[in-house]
Design a protein around this ligand. Structure first.
Ligand code: IMP
Ligand code: MG
Length: 172
């Protein structure tokens, strides 16, 4: 297995999540929030973030992927969503692990907009801005990172490394 080098520690992640949650709590004070966790990558991020929210939340899951077994986006996005009809007139917050080229995110936004949510915002743990092919911007960002392939805290390489409690660079 390729080795990894620590990039963002467990403590840094948790501290930042506390700040993001504070901001979200402030922004949605009088609303019920429908959190949409993008599986599998946002599993731990959304679980930690949601538990810091004090606004009332409903939790939804969606699984999509554009990655085969490489480190480059394939450009085609697959989609599996169980509760689409429930988002009409709701305040939806997408929780994503990482924003890279933006292809996956743009695809998701287009599919959610037609469901007519009352509002649609996004929260990503990691933002690789330099890699963007489509100009999309998250409303809440955990960390800006350089163009390097990272794993851990939900992020995988060939389905491995998701269980690391921190974010690390994969030494390929
Ligand atoms: P995009 O469509 O290029 O923006 O890719 C977004 C998806 O690619 C994310 O949801 C991740 O699943 C995956 N991805 C992008 N960069 C990385 C990385 O550095 N490590 C692990 N997965 C990544
Ligand atoms: Mg992913």
């Amino acid at each position: 297995m390729p080795s990894t080098s620590l990039l963002i520690s467990e403590e840094q992640i948790q501290n930042r999540i506390r700040e993001l949650a504070d901001q979200i709590n402030e922004d949605y004070t009088s609303e019920i929030l429908d959190v949409l966790c993008i599986l599998k990558g946002a599993l731990f991020f959304s679980a930690d973030l949601i538990r810091r929210l004090t606004v009332p939340v409903r939790i939804h899951f969606i699984q999509l992927g554009s990655y085969g077994s490489s480190t480059e986006s394939s450009g085609t996005v697959s989609f599996h969503f169980s509760s689409s009809s429930e988002l009409k007139d709701r305040h939806v917050l997408i929780v994503e692990d990482i924003l890279d080229t933006g292809i996956t995110f743009e695809f998701l936004l287009e599919h959610l907009k037609v469901l007519n949510p009352a509002s649609l915002k996004s929260c990503v743990l990691l933002n690789k801005r330099s890699r963007r092919k489509i100009d999309v911007k998250p409303d809440y960002t955990g960390f800006e990172i350089q163009d390097q392939f990272v794993v851990g805290y939900g992020l995988d390489f060939n389905e491995l490394y998701r269980n690391l409690p921190y974010v690390a660079v994969l030494n390929l």
